[in-house]
Design a protein around this ligand. Structure first.
Ligand code: ADP
Ligand code: MG
Length: 621
C-alpha cells in the first residue's frame, strides 16, 4: 500500500502546520527570517488582502540550487543544524526545518531561486505536493510566493481576522524585523502601496525614522552603556514622549526582538518620577551579550527570554537610560561646569532612590493641626502620584437606601479610623445651605454645612461631573465634538491603526474625528469638547490601548470606560492651581447635582466629619 505513506506524510505536515502557521503573519515571519539567514541585503514583502490571498517575499541572499530547492520543503529539511549543540545557538531564527514544510502544506507555493552559479529553479507546490519544476532565468536570490493560505483547511481559514487586522499584524512585524536589522533594506507593499521602506544603512536611527516617523524620532535621546559583557545601546524617549502601553518599548537581544520582564522593570525604574502614572516611555534598545548569558531554551514563537544573570541585565538597561536622561539634563543646565555624576556602574540594583516627592505629599504639620497627628483618615500619596491622596479604600458605594442610615450614624472620634460609610458621603443637607471655607493641599475643597465638615476631592468631583454630562450626551446621541484649528498628529503602530479603523464609528461617537495620515499616524481633526487638542491625542491612544486589551466587553462597557478616560483627562487635577471663584463654582455645582457621589473610577468624591467627632478629638467633650 504505497499510497498510505504519502497520505500520512501529508496529514502530518498539515498537523504540524498548525503549530507554525497560525495566520499570514506567521508565514511572513518565517519567510523573512529565512531571507535574513540567507544573508540578504534587500528584502521586499508584498501582500494582498492582509496576506490571506497573496504573499511574496523576495530576497537577494544566497539562494538555492535545484536539489536544495526541492529538498527545502521536506519536513526537517534544514541547512542550519547539524548537531544537537546547534539547537541552542540563537544565531539563526525560527523553527528548525519545519517552516517551509508547514507553509507549503496549507497553501499554494511558488519558489524561484538561484544561487548565482547554477541556473535558477522555479518550483510550484500545492498543499505540499510538487506540481512542476522548471529551469528559468532569475538573478541570485529567492522569491517565495504563497497564495490562498489555508485553502485546504477551511476550519483554520475561518479563524482568520479581517484582512485589515491581518495586514496590520504583518506591518507591525515588518517594522520590528526592520528595526532588528538596520543593515537590511526592507520594503513592504500592501495592496500595491509601499507602506514601509528602510534604507539599510546600518544606522539604527535611520530605521527608527523610517518606521516611526519624524515626531517620535525627534524626541529621542541616544543611549549607550556597557556593563561587564553587556552592551545596551539605542534610543530612548524624553519624558514628554510617552505612550499608554509598551507598544513602543522594543528590546532586541542580539538583534532579535524579545520581551523581558527584567528589562521592562529596569525601564520603569529609570523613568520613575519622570512620567505620569500609567504612561510608558518610548525605548528602542539593543542588548548585545554573549549567547551563553541568554536562556535560549524557549519556544521560538514566544518572545519572552530569561537571562542567567537578570541583575546584570537590569543594571545595564537602567544605566543606559539614566545615562541618556542625565546627559540631556547636563545639556539643558547652565554652562557652569557643575560636577554631574555620570551613571557609574554600581553593584546594587538601584531601588527606592530618594527622589523629590510631589508637593501634595510633603508633610507640613502646622501647629494648629498638631492635635490631629494620630492615625489619620488621610495620608500622603505613597507612590508619588499626586492625583489621589485619599487612602481609605473605596468601599460601600453610596446607595439611596443607605441615605437615612447614614444620617443617623453616630460619628466616632476623628482619630479613630473613619468608618467606611464616611468615605462616600451624602451631600450637605439641606441643599445649598453650606459655606465654602477654602482649599486644602491644592487638592481638597473644604465645606461646612450644618454640623459637618466636608472634604471634597476636587479632581474626583470635577471628573464625576464631566463624566455624568458625557454619559447624558452620549446616551442622547449628541456628539460633542469640536474641530481642531490645527489637527493633532497621533503616532500609532500599524496594529493600533487597523484597530482604530475598525472602530472608527465608535470613536467618532465619542467626539474623535480623524483620518489616516501615512502608515503610522492619524490626524485628529475634532476632539471631545472638554479636552484640549494635546490631551485629546493622548486620550485617543489611551482609549485604543484599553480597547485593544479589553477582550469581550460590551459596546456600552467599552464606551463607558472611554468616557471615564475622557472625563479624567478633562478634569482639574490635584496640585493644579485653580482660582477661588472656579473652585466655588465647582462646589456649587456639586451641591446642585444629584449624581451619586463617587468618582467614575470608584473612589469617593467627598468625605465628612461630624462636629462632635472633632470636638472629641480636641477633648472638648
Ligand atoms: P530552517 O529555516 O529552520 O532551516 P525552513 O523550513 O524555514 O527551516 O527552511 C529550510 C531550508 O531552506 C533552510 O535551512 C535553508 O537552507 C533553505 N532556505 C529557505 N529559505 C531560503 C532563502 N530565502 N534563501 C536561501 N535558502 C533558503
Ligand atoms: Mg526558517
Amino acid at each position: 500500500m504505497p499510497g498510505i505513506h504519502v497520505l500520512e506524510q501529508e496529514l502530518a505536515n498539515k498537523i504540524a502546520a498548525g503549530e507554525v502557521v497560525e495566520r499570514p503573519g506567521s508565514v511572513i515571519k518565517e519567510l523573512v527570517e529565512n531571507a535574513i539567514d540567507a544573508g540578504a541585503a534587500n528584502i521586499t514583502v508584498e501582500i494582498r488582502n492582509g496576506g490571506v490571498t497573496y504573499m511574496r517575499v523576495t530576497d537577494d541572499g544566497c539562494g538555492m540550487n535545484r536539489e536544495d530547492a526541492r529538498r527545502c520543503f521536506l519536513r526537517h529539511a534544514t541547512s542550519k543544524i547539524q548537531t544537537i549543540a546547534d539547537l541552542y545557538a540563537i544565531e539563526t531564527l525560527g523553527f528548525r526545518g519545519e517552516a517551509l514544510a508547514a507553509i507549503s502544506a496549507v497553501s499554494r507555493v511558488e519558489l524561484t531561486t538561484a544561487d548565482g552559479e547554477n541556473a535558477a529553479t522555479r518550483l510550484v507546490l500545492e498543499g505540499g505536493k510538487e506540481i512542476f519544476c522548471e529551469e528559468v532565468g532569475a538573478p541570485k536570490g529567492t522569491t517565495m510566493v504563497v497564495e490562498d493560505l489555508f485553502f485546504n483547511t477551511p476550519a483554520r481559514r475561518n479563524f482568520l481576522k479581517s484582512d485589515r487586522t491581518e495586514g496590520g499584524f504583518i506591518a507591525n512585524l515588518l517594522d520590528r524585523l526592520a528595526l532588528s536589522n538596520p543593515q537590511i533594506a526592507f520594503k513592504l507593499i500592501q495592496d500595491g502601496k509601499t507602506t514601509l521602506s528602510t534604507g539599510g544603512s546600518g544606522e539604527l536611527l535611520d530605521t527608527i525614522y523610517a518606521v516611526f516617523g519624524k515626531d517620535i524620532t525627534k524626541g529621542l535621546l541616544q543611549a549607550d552603556t556597557t556593563l561587564q559583557q553587556v552592551r545596551v545601546y539605542g534610543y530612548v524617549g524624553e519624558a514628554n514622549l510617552t505612550r499608554p502601553n509598551r507598544n513602543f518599548q522594543l528590546l532586541f537581544i542580539n538583534d532579535r526582538l524579545v520581551r523581558s520582564q527584567t528589562a521592562f522593570a529596569a525601564i520603569d525604574q529609570a523613568y520613575r518620577n519622570e512620567l505620569f502614572h500609567g504612561r510608558h516611555a518610548v525605548c528602542i534598545l539593543k542588548i548585545v551579550l554573549p549567547a551563553g548569558l541568554v536562556d535560549v531554551n524557549v519556544h521560538p514563537s514566544k518572545m519572552e527570554v530569561k537571562f542567567s544573570n537578570e541583575k546584570l541585565i537590569f543594571e545595564a538597561v537602567y544605566y543606559a537610560i539614566k545615562g541618556a536622561l542625565n546627559r540631556r539634563t547636563l545639556l539643558e543646565s547652565t554652562p557652569q561646569a557643575e560636577k554631574q555624576p555620570q551613571p557609574a556602574p554600581v553593584k546594587n540594583i538601584p531601588q527606592a532612590e530618594k527622589q523629590p516627592q510631589p508637593a501634595a505629599a510633603t508633610p507640613a504639620p502646622a501647629p494648629v493641626v498638631a492635635a490631629l497627628e494620630r492615625p489619620q483618615p488621610l495620608e500622603p500619596a505613597a507612590n508619588g502620584s499626586a492625583d489621589y491622596i485619599v487612602s481609605a479604600p473605596p468601599k460601600s458605594p453610596f446607595r439611596l437606601e443607605n441615605k437615612s442610615l447614614l444620617r443617623e450614624q453616630v460619628s466616632e472620634p476623628i482619630v479613630i479610623e473613619t468608618p467606611p460609610e464616611q468615605q462616600t458621603m451624602t451631600l450637605p443637607e439641606p441643599r445649598k445651605s453650606y459655606r465654602y471655607i477654602g482649599e486644602l493641599f491644592s487638592a481638597y475643597l473644604l465645606l461646612e454645612s450644618g454640623d459637618r465638615l466636608y472634604l471634597v476631592d476636587k479632581h474626583a468631583a470635577h471628573e464625576r461631573m464631566i463624566f455624568e454630562r458625557l454619559l447624558r450626551e452620549n446616551q442622547s446621541g449628541e456628539k460633542s465634538a469640536q474641530e481642531l484649528l490645527v489637527p493633532e498628529r497621533v503616532a500609532l503602530t500599524p496594529e493600533e491603526l487597523s484597530f482604530a479603523q475598525e472602530h472608527q464609528a465608535e470613536l467618532e461617537r465619542l467626539g474623535f474625528d480623524w483620518s489616516v495620515f501615512g502608515e503610522k499616524q492619524i490626524l485628529l481633526r475634532a476632539r471631545p469638547v472638554c479636552l484640549t487638542g494635546e490631551a485629546a491625542a493622548e486620550v485617543f491612544s489611551e482609549i485604543l490601548s484599553d480597547w485593544m486589551r479589553g477582550g469581550d466587553t460590551t459596546l456600552t462597557e467599552r464606551e463607558n470606560r472611554a468616557l471615564k478616560t475622557v472625563a479624567c483627562k478633562a478634569a482639574i487635577k490635584a496640585g493644579n492651581v485653580n482660582d477661588t471663584a472656579e473652585l466655588q463654582a465647582l462646589a456649587e455645582k456639586l451641591i446642585e447635582e444629584d449624581a451619586v457621589h463617587q468618582c467614575p473610577h470608584g473612589r469617593p468624591v467627598l468625605i465628612s466629619y461630624e462636629k462632635k467627632a472633632i470636638e472629641k478629638a480636641f477633648k472638648r467633650i
